[in-house]
Design a protein around this ligand. Structure first.
Ligand SMILES: CC(=O)N[C@H]1[C@@H](OP(=O)(O)OP(=O)(O)OC[C@H]2O[C@@H](n3ccc(=O)[nH]c3=O)[C@H](O)[C@@H]2O)O[C@H](CO)[C@@H](O)[C@@H]1O[C@H](C)C(=O)N[C@@H](C)C(=O)N[C@H](CCC(=O)O)C(=O)O
Ligand SMILES: Nc1ncnc2c1ncn2[C@@H]1O[C@H](COP(=O)(O)OP(=O)(O)OP(=O)(O)O)[C@@H](O)[C@H]1O
Length: 519
């Protein structure tokens, strides 16, 4: 079941009813006169998502003040609006008198987590809760956790960049980490549906912007750290601190850290919560050690050894050493949460644990001797390096790598993305991704400059991604691999403010059929 297209968020079907007076006992806001007995049943910060009985939170944003949408929130059935002093003035100036307006000192976002947890009754969850942060692979770890939880007999729910999912109830995600109001609504629905294990992807942005407030994770993890999001953080130190903030007692009871990187080693030392460590590099000191024992394009097998003689064998049906690391990290997180992982070890060893990660190294071809085509979401130098190294280890054929880069995002990573692509692939096709407000030819030129510096791959520029897909297929022979990095699960291309329909997976499927390579 996919949630109705109208639904922007997944919410409980039978929400609890809370009065404003009750909320005001815990949350410092001023109640509008005579409104203490007003009942609210939900919270949202988006006027387009308001449902009957919601407390609409009018947030000041970069482009709008949410309070300027108060009239529309009231029309959709909001019971009250909570905002700051500026928002109150805006609502008054607009003559909105249908809603009790509650005013907070400071930024209302800072209260949103606690407020939402109280409205939805999610302040103390019985389910085991897992959070994962790092630069690459968070979504993949979330899906590994969910698969292992299910294998261990728990009922999983998840929130990732790709989707929010509770069993067959699913919506496509907007943000990697939902705003706190959306997150707590989702958690309340998970509780309703008997979910007993929850995996949540936590972006650096989410931690600083109060999006995970009101959630206390049983176990959090940090997997790796490399360049991304410098448009926001300016330098790597600030970016690191933004992620490291998850390892604090207010957010989590304990953590797992991959200590392959200097950033991981540093976090393990400085963490304010107890951590256990995982190393995938031979000879590095850690509590758990992972070794890859075999790998092909169809998957990777590994051995994981831990404290007190713990020993597991596993197989993940997706290629790449890093996928073994993602699975091992998920396994250790379950163990740290007190879930007996021996229960899942057999299934893992025999490759019986199904793992489908939407748009992450997702194979569109059906295996076999022809060229194989994978669509991926990687858009950082770290992800490119991991994927191309992995492909180099499992492919004898030619590697055709196609990608573009985000406009209006970290521009300093483009040359390095180009260089890694040029060094690791045989043929590189550079096309457009989401140019946004930037001239696309400028983005492609920066990627091409980087790729040229590697002096290795054949380089081709084909702006139109649809044409680039077909070109890649025409260049591939049986045994070759085409990897299309960037769009993953997405179904749009963002060009100059417009969201144009574009699904790389559908496009590739169609092109393979045209070429007679897919039934
Ligand atoms: C820079 C940033 O954090 N922007 C976020 C911010 O937008 P904004 O301040 O521009 O909001 P605004 O448009 O001025 O609107 C202000 C308020 O009015 C509301 N509004 C607006 C229009 C309307 O019709 N009705 C309405 O109620 C909005 O919901 C908002 O509450 O608040 C919005 C509402 O929650 C977010 O969607 C938006 O995230 C944008 C899309 C974004 O790009 N965020 C990035 C930085 C981000 O968070 N990325 C991370 C990491 C991804 C990764 O790992 O690669 C993530 O977790 O996704
Ligand atoms: N452990 C890992 N180390 C390095 N690269 C990885 C790892 N796991 C996955 N990747 C690569 O990074 C890409 C993005 O993976 P994934 O979507 O799981 O990461 P993410 O951290 O959720 O990214 P985002 O925050 O942008 O959604 C993958 O498709 C793969 O190419």
């Amino acid at each position: 079941m996919t949630s109705s297209h109208e639904d922007l968020t997944i919410r409980p079907q039978h929400p609890q009813r809370v009065t404003l007076a009750n909320l005001a006992e815990h949350i410092p806001f001023v109640i509008a006169e005579g409104s203490g007995e007003v009942i609210v049943t939900g919270v949202t910060i988006d006027s387009r998502d308001v449902r009957q009985g919601d407390l609409y939170v009018g947030l000041p944003g970069a482009r709008h003040h949410g309070a300027s949408f108060a009239a529309s929130a009231a029309e959709r059935g909001a019971a009250a609006m909570l905002t700051d002093a500026a928002g109150k003035d805006l609502a008054a100036a607009a003559g909105v008198d249908a809603l009790p307006v509650l005013v907070v000192d400071g930024h209302p976002r800072a209260l949103l987590g606690e407020l939402s947890a109280r409205v939805y009754g999610t302040d103390a969850l019985a389910a085991k809760t897992f959070g994962i942060t790092g630069t690459n692979g968070k979504t993949s770890v979330v899906y590994c956790i969910a698969a292992l939880l299910e294998a261990a007999g728990l009922r999983p729910g998840l929130s990732s960049t790709a989707e929010r999912r509770i069993g067959d109830e699913v919506i496509v995600s907007n943000l990697t980490s939902p705003e706190a109001s959306e997150l707590h609504g989702l958690l309340a629905r998970m509780v309703e549906r008997g979910v007993t294990g929850i995996a949540i992807e936590v972006s650096a942005q989410a931690i600083g912007r109060h999006r995970i407030d009101g959630v206390h994770f049983d176990v959090v993890a940090f997997n790796n750290f490399s360049q991304d999001h410098l448009e926001e953080y300016g330098d790597m130190e600030t970016y690191f601190q933004a992620k490291a903030a998850l390892f604090a007692p207010e957010h989590a009871a304990r953590g797992v850290v991959v200590v392959d990187s200097p950033a991981g080693q540093r976090l393990a030392k400085q963490s304010a919560i107890p951590v256990t460590t995982l190393a995938t590099e031979y000879g590095r000191s850690a509590d758990w050690h992972l070794a890859v024992t075999a790998q092909t394009l169809d998957g990777v097998s590994f051995v994981l050894q831990g404290p007190a003689g713990a020993h597991f064998r596993g197989r993940v049906p997706v290629f790449g050493r890093f996928m073994a690391e993602n699975a091992a990290l998920a396994l250790i997180m379950l163990h740290e949460a007190g879930i007996p992982i021996e229960q899942v070890a057999d299934g893992l060893e025999n490759g019986l644990i199904p793992l489908h990660i939407p748009g992450r190294l997702e194979e569109i071809t059906a295996g076999g001797p022809g060229p194989r085509f994978f669509v991926d979401y990687g858009h950082t130098p770290g992800a490119f390096e991991a994927m191309l190294d992995a492909l180099g280890e499992v492919t004898d054929g030619k590697i055709i790598f196609m990608f573009g880069a985000d406009g209006d995002r970290d521009t300093t990573k483009r040359a390095e993305m180009g260089r890694i692509a040029g060094a690791g692939a045989d043929t590189v096709i550079i096309c457009d991704y989401h140019p946004r407000s930037e001239p696309p030819e400028q983005i492609r030129a920066q990627l091409l400059d980087g790729a040229r510096a590697a002096r290795h791959a054949e380089l081709i520029e084909e702006a139109d991604p649809r044409a680039a897909v077909r070109l890649a297929i025409s260049l591939a022979e049986p045994g070759d691999v085409i990897l299309y990095a960037g769009p993953g699960h997405e179904d749009y291309q963002e060009v100059a403010g417009a969201y144009l329909p574009y699904s790389a997976r559908d496009e590739v499927r169609g092109a393979l059929r045209e070429a007679g390579l897919l039934a």
